[in-house]
Design a protein around this ligand. Structure first.
Ligand SMILES: Cc1cc2nc3c(=O)[nH]c(=O)nc-3n(C[C@H](O)[C@H](O)[C@H](O)COP(=O)(O)O)c2cc1C
Length: 272
């Protein structure tokens, strides 16, 4: 079974998957984009000898791994039938792409979100998009954002709780980007089966977010609007990750939370 040879094309390698794997002694990693879009721009980082077994991503969210030279121009449906065989032969592993949409109006002055963001920076498979840095003027490039959403499997919205909700630019981003015929509606299937998760920080201590506390409801209740947004777009919704009491929290507790966040995103990347 030789994937590049069978599928012909611009692949420059003549070796089959197993040969190639043996040659590099690496693990075969690949991700196939879930809809039937063009399957394109898969290439490896082996030629420049940087990372054997590393993952390389194209702008379309397709990934490949050590072992390939350039391979372009196929639809997923061309490739899909070959995947089980590759899986059997070569320890095929699917990886996910995670997009963190970070929304903090003043990250430099942040006590916790800055640490959380630094903690997840550099994880293979995790892209961080700081929307206040990119669209401080609120002029969102909708097409670009939609392309980026399409190219990821898991979307994490990271933000400080502001007035029991998200900062204004994230709301604007949702309003402009998650529109009919993209995110929902008859022709809006771009987000189907993707996952949404929230990483939220809140000034109020946890005990204030109870029936007997000043905020009366758990933070999760205020975040239901995001859960329902996910449902509306046929996305799954994971339990939000919440950090309370940000004004008084110790550096140790921030670090522990940051590690937990990092581990969680790493788990997402490797999830089935
Ligand atoms: C405009 C504004 C509104 C806020 N609203 C809330 C709120 O509704 N509930 C809450 O627990 N904290 C609230 N806070 C506190 C922030 O959630 C907290 O400062 C933030 O999570 C800390 O993160 P950072 O250190 O990354 O800035 C608010 C802060 C600001 C500036």
């Amino acid at each position: 079974m030789c994937w590049p040879c069978d599928l012909n094309t611009e692949a420059t390698t003549q070796r089959c998957v197993t040969d190639k794997l043996q040659a590099i002694g690496g693990r075969f990693l690949a991700k196939v984009w879930p809809d039937d879009r063009l399957y394109t721009d898969i290439y490896s980082s082996v030629d420049d000898n940087r990372k054997v077994g590393a993952i390389t991503r194209s702008q379309y969210g397709v990934v490949v791994f050590a072992g390939w030279t350039r391979y372009a121009g196929h639809r997923e449906s061309d490739v899909k039938p070959h995947l089980p065989a590759i899986n059997d032969q070569a320890g095929f592993l699917t990886v996910k792409n995670v997009l963190v949409v970070l929304s903090h109006p003043n990250l430099e002055k942040s006590k916790v979100n800055k640490v959380l963001t630094d903690g997840i920076t550099g994880i293979d498979g995790v892209t961080i998009k700081d929307i206040y840095a990119e669209y401080g003027d609120f002029a969102i490039d909708v097409e670009r954002e939609q392309r980026d959403l399409t190219a990821h499997d898991i979307v994490v919205l990271q933000f400080p709780l502001y007035w029991y909700s998200c900062p204004a630019l994230l709301k604007e981003w949702l309003d402009k980007v998650m529109v009919r015929n993209f995110a929902y509606g008859k022709h809006g299937k771009a987000l189907v089966d993707k996952k949404l998760m929230l990483a939220v920080t809140a000034g109020g201590p946890e005990e204030t977010y109870r029936a007997t506390g000043s905020n009366e409801y758990p933070v999760e209740e205020f975040l239901k609007v995001f859960e329902l947004t996910a449902k509306f777009c046929s996305m799954s919704y994971d339990k939000p990750l919440i950090l309370h009491n940000t004004y008084r929290i110790t550096d140790e507790d921030i670090a522990a939370h940051s590690n937990h966040y990092r581990d969680l995103l790493s788990t997402y990347v490797a999830s089935e």
